[in-house]
Design a binder for this molecule. Structure first.
Ligand code: UGA
Length: 436
């Protein structure tokens, strides 16, 4: 099948490449000629494990191409996916900014040839697909097309595996023709018996937000439980096992930490709250999850301060991990963006390391941060070390070596990666999240 992917951001690039891997012929389009030039040269603009090899393979085999020429890419395509960005609006009110979606719809319209399905892949508020249809009809009343919504549930860092083995595929369609075509797009998942959930277009649009909001709520719930564990002397890791083994609750997304971040949960929970308000409803649980997430970061600053004896002024803090999660270079809404400036403001000196995120971190974090080449460098002369992101290389640190270069042996494990007793045995004072 001939597929066009509009937008080569994270979602567009991963999805387009994986469709090509399925055997479809995919053209990825982007307005940024720099980006397209880099992709044509085999350079991948984001860090996503396995993506570079998959792009190279499918480009070489002639199923994947990149262009800035939208007209050529759309002409003759059977499925056109819109995967452009939907950032939070610049007004700062939490609404999703749909400018790029509507621009893309206008541009696609005049190039459509034959029956085409235009599919929203981006995370968009309820009603967006209908607006896309309206725009296309306005520009090209003759066009033979349907719109559909097919939200993505990929996680950064595990996107290819998530794409190839999804828990489900959600198809929001309203004609048999569109359904048949989209089922054909996902036909390669048939052998794995991947469930296809067919819904109305509005339901599919809302399902994406509901999934992210539920996961964000689950994290905020366990983060609050961790705070209660800290206050009562209980252990949240055991507690999470104790509740997670109940099939109705589920063990995933019950890892407490410094708060959720990334390009999705913070933006999508806010957008969902706004969608509800616009429709005369209030999602109090989601609102509370957002608030708890903000509070969690502030609590982490306090935890660090307490471990340092009540003040971070003049103390050197080693921070391991800056990205919002491991296996990505993405710093968007990372907890480190809130926590580190708060420590610096009170006079701390910060020595940081991240395997992939330091380049982006330099643009977003205060200049005074000292970036180092590895964990042990970061810990030189430090009063405390903080595990901020659970990268694999921080999971088995040589604690004796670490301790030998530090000024004070204080270990603050904001991802609960270490067994407290093992760290304490090496002479450290240890604190995790909900493990006191
Ligand atoms: C999330 C969803 O998991 C995907 O299903 C969805 O497709 C994607 O958003 C999106 O909308 O595009 P992602 O943001 O890549 O994926 O990352 P997650 O693995 O979900 O982690 C999000 C944040 O939650 C991270 O900061 C992570 O550290 C935190 N987290 C996650 C926890 O603090 N505890 C957990 O147990 C799980």
């Amino acid at each position: 099948m001939k597929i066009t992917m509009i937008g080569t951001g994270y979602v567009g690039l991963v999805t387009g490449t994986c469709f090509a891997e399925f055997g479809h012929h995919v053209t990825c389009v982007d307005k940024l000629s720099d980006k397209i030039d880099r992709l044509l040269a085999g350079e991948i603009p984001i860090y996503e494990p396995g993506l570079e090899a998959l792009v190279a393979k499918n480009s070489q085999e002639g199923r994947l191409s990149f262009t800035t020429d939208l007209g050529k890419a759309v002409a003759g395509a059977e499925a056109v996916f819109i995967a452009v960005g939907t950032p939070s609006s610049r007004r700062g009110d939490g609404y999703a900014d749909l400018t790029y979606i509507y621009e893309a719809s206008k541009e696609i319209a005049s190039f459509l040839q034959g029956y085409t399905v235009i599919i929203d892949k981006s995370t968009v508020p309820v009603g967006t697909a209908r607006q896309v249809a309206r725009i296309i009809k306005e520009v090209n009343p003759e066009a033979d097309f349907d719109v559909a919504s097919n939200p993505e549930f990929l996680r950064e860092g595990a996107a290819i595996a998530d794409f190839m083995r999804p828990d489900r595929v959600v198809l929001g369609v309203e004609t048999d023709r569109a359904e048949t075509l989209l089922r054909a797009v996902y036909q390669p998942l048939y052998l794995q018996e991947t469930p296809i959930v067919k819904t109305s277009i509005e339901t599919a649009e809302l399902t994406k937000y509901a999934a992210n909001a539920f996961l964000a709520t689950k994290i905020s719930f366990i983060n609050e439980m961790a705070l209660l564990c800290d206050a009562t002397g209980a252990d949240v890791v055991a507690l999470a096992r104790g509740i997670g083994m109940d099939g109705r609750i589920g063990a995933k997304f019950l890892h407490p930490g410094p708060g959720y971040g990334g390009s999705c949960f913070p933006k999508d929970t806010m957008a969902l709250m706004r969608i509800a308000q616009e429709n005369g409803e209030s999602l109090r649980v989601v609102e509370a999850a957002i608030e708890a997430n903000g509070a969690q970061k502030a609590k982490m600053v306090k935890k660090i301060r307490d471990m340092l004896g009540g003040s971070e002024a003049g103390k050197t803090i080693a921070v391991l991990g800056l990205t919002f999660k491991p296996e990505t270079d993405d710093m968007r809404d990372s907890p480190s963006i809130t926590i580190l400036p708060a420590l610096l403001e009170k006079g701390a000196v910060i020595r940081a390391h991240d395997p992939q995120g330091m380049e982006e971190a330099r643009q977003l974090l205060p200049d005074s941060i000292i970036y180092t080449s590895n964990s042990y460098e970061a810990c030189k002369g430090a009063d405390a070390v903080i595990i901020m992101t659970e990268w694999n290389q921080y999971r088995a640190l040589d604690l004796e070596r670490l301790g030998s270069v530090m000024k004070q042996k204080i270990f603050i494990d904001l991802r609960n990666v270490y067994q407290p007793d093992l760290v304490k045995e090496k002479g450290f004072r240890y604190d995790g999240v909900g493990r006191s």
